[in-house]
Ligand binder design. Structure first.
Ligand code: CDP
Ligand code: CDP
Length: 215
């Protein structure tokens, strides 16, 4: 049996990582892991238990005991949990605690699509293919705002944009595993592309890389 196919997808908030990852997983028959849910899960547990996400020791302890299966129906997609996730994600102990789970997930046949911030740089520097998915901050905030306002009428575009920029900045400037394209990453700006067009571009790149590997 060949090496598992691993597709690493990184990029800032609401750039379209999840949408592309799900479609690629379907197309190539791979599993998909949205690694943001791990950081969101740790943050959700800390907020539930009145712990401070800035507390490195407490965060690492929660991450070490973390079982993704145990979250049940927790709503991880709220802005509060997103902000908490970016606060717990700066801690080295948290990132270390979540490392093995992500590696084993990807290495289990037939392989996987993983999306997050450090998949191509830290978790799978040996991935078969790496993408960095991006879009303008305004376009990303528009997308996120449209998702959020369905559930919460009090959300505004301005707040969504400000929160998204704060989170990107924290993710890009932290010491541990900062958000940046891996050296060999294929960069796709989705600002003016439909999800179908993004999938078309990504799958052509993957097919070419696989052909070159087989040759
Ligand atoms: O996972 P990430 O936060 O990067 O973004 P997402 O949840 O996949 O996408 C955010 C929104 O952008 C979704 O509503 C998508 O339908 C939309 N979108 C996209 O993913 N790709 C495009 N090229 C255009 C829009
Ligand atoms: O969906 P969206 O892009 O808004 O966020 P997410 O992927 O669910 O990630 C939430 C937060 O978790 C990010 O802002 C990062 O701070 C952190 N994260 C990370 O540090 N490393 C990852 N591989 C995934 C997420």
């Amino acid at each position: 049996m060949g090496k598992p196919l691993i597709i690493a997808i990184d990029g800032p908030a609401a750039s379209g990582k999840g949408t592309l990852s799900r479609r690629l997983a379907n197309l190539y028959g791979l599993k998909h892991l949205d690694t943001g849910t791990l950081y969101r899960g740790v943050a959700w547990l800390m907020l539930r238990d009145d712990l401070d996400p800035r507390d490195a020791e407490a965060a690492a302890e929660v991450a070490r005991a973390f079982d993704p299966e145990a979250l049940g129906t927790a709503d991880l997609r709220t802005p509060t949990v997103g902000r908490g996730a970016s606060l717990v994600a700066v801690h080295e102990g948290v990132r270390k605690a979540l490392f093995d789970f992500q590696r084993s997930f990807g290495l289990t046949p037939p392989g996987a699509v993983l999306d997050g911030r450090d998949i191509g740089t830290v978790i799978f520097p040996d991935a078969t293919v790496k993408f960095f998915i991006t879009a303008s901050a305004e376009e990303r905030a528009k997308r996120r705002y449209e998702e959020l306002r369905v559930q919460d009428q009090s959300v505004t575009f301005e707040n969504t944009l400000a929160e998204l920029k704060r989170r990107d900045e924290r993710d890009q400037n932290r010491e541990e595993a900062p958000l940046k394209p891996a050296a060999e990453a294929e960069i796709i700006d989705t600002s003016k592309l439909t999800p179908d067009e993004v999938l078309g571009r990504a799958s052509r790149i993957i097919d070419n890389i696989r052909k070159a590997m087989e040759a």
